[in-house]
Design a protein around this ligand. Sequence first.
Ligand SMILES: Nc1ncnc2c1ncn2[C@@H]1O[C@H](COP(=O)(O)OP(=O)(O)OP(=O)(O)O)[C@@H](O)[C@H]1O
Ligand SMILES: [Mg+2]
Length: 244
Amino acid sequence: MVDRPRCVTGIELLDKELTGGIPLGSTVLIAGGSGVGKTTLSMEFLVNGTKFGEKGVFFTATETVTKLKKYLRNYDFFDERLIKSGEISIIDLWSISDRLGLNPEHYSLEEANILFEVIRDIAKELDAKRLIIDSITSLCYRLQSPEMIRDFIFKLGTSLASMYCTNILTSEVPPKSFQYSQYGIEEFIADGIIFLGDIERRGDLIRTFQVIKLRGTAHSRTKFAMTMSSKNGVQLSPMLKSNI
Ligand SMILES: Nc1ncnc2c1ncn2[C@@H]1O[C@H](COP(=O)(O)OP(=O)(O)OP(=O)(O)O)[C@@H](O)[C@H]1O
Ligand SMILES: [Mg+2]
């Protein structure tokens, strides 16, 4: 069997779980409730890529670039020089949309296509090998129908895969939801789903991390404990001793 080339996430246990990383060119949904670590994990994935000379682009659609940078400065893994050098670009998706004169509430099919082409062209121009949209949920609010959501994510995934660019789309889901995406469509189009959750234990909330699906690779569906700290960023550890 010929193994597909991998995109190394730099998150130690995850790369081990995925026998080297995410299959190159995949589109992976990082789904979870509010504050579970979707933005932090996505940014650490981009930063880790720069260690292999892979450029990254982060489209923010939930918070401003200024606020995002201020928040990221709390983490040792984040180095602002990566932005100055152009290894990482952080772009406000709504500023682009406004500059293009697109309707701020709902996109027509033509407007959705314009935005898709601009995202693709930016990734191409920057020669990005890792791309984040944070969050795909807020973008989906502007796409008017399930068909438009399906079409947008599918086209984005296939065109970026042809540029060997691996993509993460963050997906906001309410707690205890039985879906991994707001519209129930995003999760079927994506090649992979990573679910970040919370478990309450003795009055404390433990962060959890689980690969739900990932096309093109073997993986376990083991639930890991996830910690986030300024010094070490995102770290995974087994929940059960039997998983060690
Ligand atoms: N320096 C830090 N060290 C450890 N944890 C932190 C630090 N700064 C913030 N946090 C935790 O990270 C959480 C936010 O993480 P993040 O923004 O990545 O989550 P998110 O899933 O993207 O949230 P949202 O749903 O609001 O977009 C905070 O609620 C807080 O618990
Ligand atoms: Mg976030």
